[in-house]
Design a protein around this ligand. Structure first.
Ligand code: AMP
Ligand code: MG
Length: 330
C-alpha cells in the first residue's frame, strides 16, 4: 500500500478522519508517543492494526477519545474515582481501565472484558478523533518489539507501506507511553504500566492509596503474571545489545568508559547514554535508541536511573526492557 503523508492542517485532519471511518489506519501524534489508529468499534480495523505492527493479538489496544462524554458508550461502569482522576488529568498521559460494553469488540481489547480509555492532550489527535466520529484504538506506532516512536520519521521508518496515512505532527514531549491505571476495583486503583502520572499523584488526587502492579519491575520469566497483557512481551528493543550500569554516578561513568575502551579494542562500535534527569530521559530515550541503531552501533552502554524517583522509575521500566534486564551493579 502507498502511505499518504498528512500535515496537521484542518483539511488533512479531515482526510485522516475519512480514512478511519472507512476502516483504514492513520498514525497520529500524541503527547506521549505516536499511535497507529483505527476505528475502535470495528474489529476488522483492530485486526489490521495488529497485522501492521506484527503485534500479538492478545495485547490490547488503548481506545482514544476526544471528550469524556464518550466514555458512557464504551464502559459498562464509570466509577466516581475513575471520573475524578480523568477530570483532574485529562487531556493527558493517563489511560483508565474499566469494564467494557459489548459494543467494544474483542479484537480491540485482546479478548479482555475491560477497555482501556485515554483522552490525549495533542490537538491534532483530538481533532482527528472528533472528526472521525468514533473512538480510535491505537497502540504505539512502531513495529512490535521496537522502541516506541516519538517523531513522525520514526513511524515512517517502521510503518511506511503498512499504514494508510501518517500525520507529520510535532515531536512527542512526554516520550514514554501513558500511565495505565486499572479501576476494576474502584477503591483500589492499580498502576499496570508506569508513566509520567505517578501513583503518588493519583493517590493525592483521590485521597486513597494507589500502587504499582507488582509484576511491573520483575523479569517476565520470573513468574508474576501481569494484569496488563502487553507486559509479557519483548519491548522497546534496539538492534544493538544494551547494558545498564547501576551505582554512584562516578563509578558508573568510570565503568562505562572502561567497558567502552575494551569493546573498541575488540573492534565493536559503542554508544553511551547518560541522562541527568528523569523527564529528559523520558523525552529522549526512544529517539536515542533509534538514532544509535541508525548509526549501526553494536553495543549501547547506559547509566541506570535511580528508581526511587517516580519519574525515573517509569523510564527505568522501559530501559530494563530495552536492555533485556541486562544490568550490572558497579
Ligand atoms: P501500547 O499501545 O503499545 O502502548 O500498548 C497498550 C497497552 O495498554 C497494552 O500493552 C496494555 O499494557 C495496556 N492495556 C490496554 N488495554 C488494557 C486492558 N483492557 N487491561 C489492561 N491493560 C490494558
Ligand atoms: Mg507499544
Amino acid at each position: 500500500m502507498k502511505t499518504l503523508y498528512l500535515t496537521t492542517s484542518e483539511e488533512d485532519l479531515l482526510k485522516g478522519a475519512e480514512i478511519i471511518k472507512n476502516g483504514g489506519l492513520v498514525a497520529f501524534p500524541t503527547e506521549t508517543v505516536y499511535g497507529l489508529g483505527g476505528n475502535a468499534l470495528d474489529g476488522q480495523s483492530s485486526r489490521k492494526i495488529y497485522a501492521a505492527k506484527g503485534r500479538p493479538s492478545d495485547n490490547p489496544l488503548i481506545v482514544h477519545i476526544s471528550d469524556m462524554s464518550e466514555i458512557e458508550g464504551l464502559a459498562a461502569e464509570f466509577p466516581e474515582n475513575a471520573r475524578k482522576l480523568g477530570e483532574a488529568i485529562w487531556p493527558g498521559p493517563l489511560t483508565i481501565v474499566l469494564p467494557k460494553k459489548p459494543v467494544v469488540p474483542d479484537e480491540t481489547t485482546g479478548g479482555l472484558g475491560t477497555v482501556a480509555i485515554r483522552l490525549p492532550a495533542n490537538s491534532a489527535a483530538q481533532k482527528l478523533i472528533a472528526n472521525s466520529g468514533v473512538p480510535i484504538a491505537a497502540p504505539s506506532a512502531n513495529l512490535s518489539g521496537r522502541p516506541s516512536p516519538t517523531l513522525w520519521e520514526h513511524v515512517k521508518h517502521d510503518l511506511d507501506g503498512k499504514a494508510d496515512a501518517i500525520i507529520m505532527g510535532e515531536p512527542c514531549m512526554g516520550g514514554i507511553e501513558s500511565t495505565v491505571c486499572d479501576f476494576t476495583d474502584p477503591q483500589h486503583p492499580l498502576v499496570l504500566r508506569p508513566g509520567l502520572i505517578t501513583p503518588e499523584r493519583i493517590s493525592e488526587i483521590l485521597g486513597i492509596p494507589c500502587e504499582y502492579d507488582p509484576a511491573i519491575l520483575s523479569k517476565p520469566e520470573e513468574g508474576l503474571v501481569p494484569r496488563a497483557p502487553g507486559m509479557k512481551y519483548k519491548h522497546y528493543a534496539p538492534n544493538a545489545q544494551m547494558v545498564l550500569y547501576s551505582g554512584s554516578p562516578e563509578d558508573v561513568k568510570k565503568a562505562i568508559l572502561e567497558e567502552e575502551e575494551a569493546l573498541k579494542k575488540e573492534g565493536k562500535t559503542v554508544g553511551t547514554i547518560i541522562y541527568e534527569d528523569g523527564k529528559q530521559a523520558a523525552r529522549n530515550l526512544f529517539s536515542d535508541l533509534r538514532a544509535l541503531d541508525e548509526q549501526g552501533i553494536d553495543v549501547i552502554l547506559a547509566s541506570a536511573l535511580d528508581p526511587q524517583d517516580p519519574v525515573n522509575y517509569s523510564v527505568m521500566n522501559r530501559m530494563l526492557k530495552a536492555a533485556g534486564y541486562n544490568i550490572k551493579e558497579v
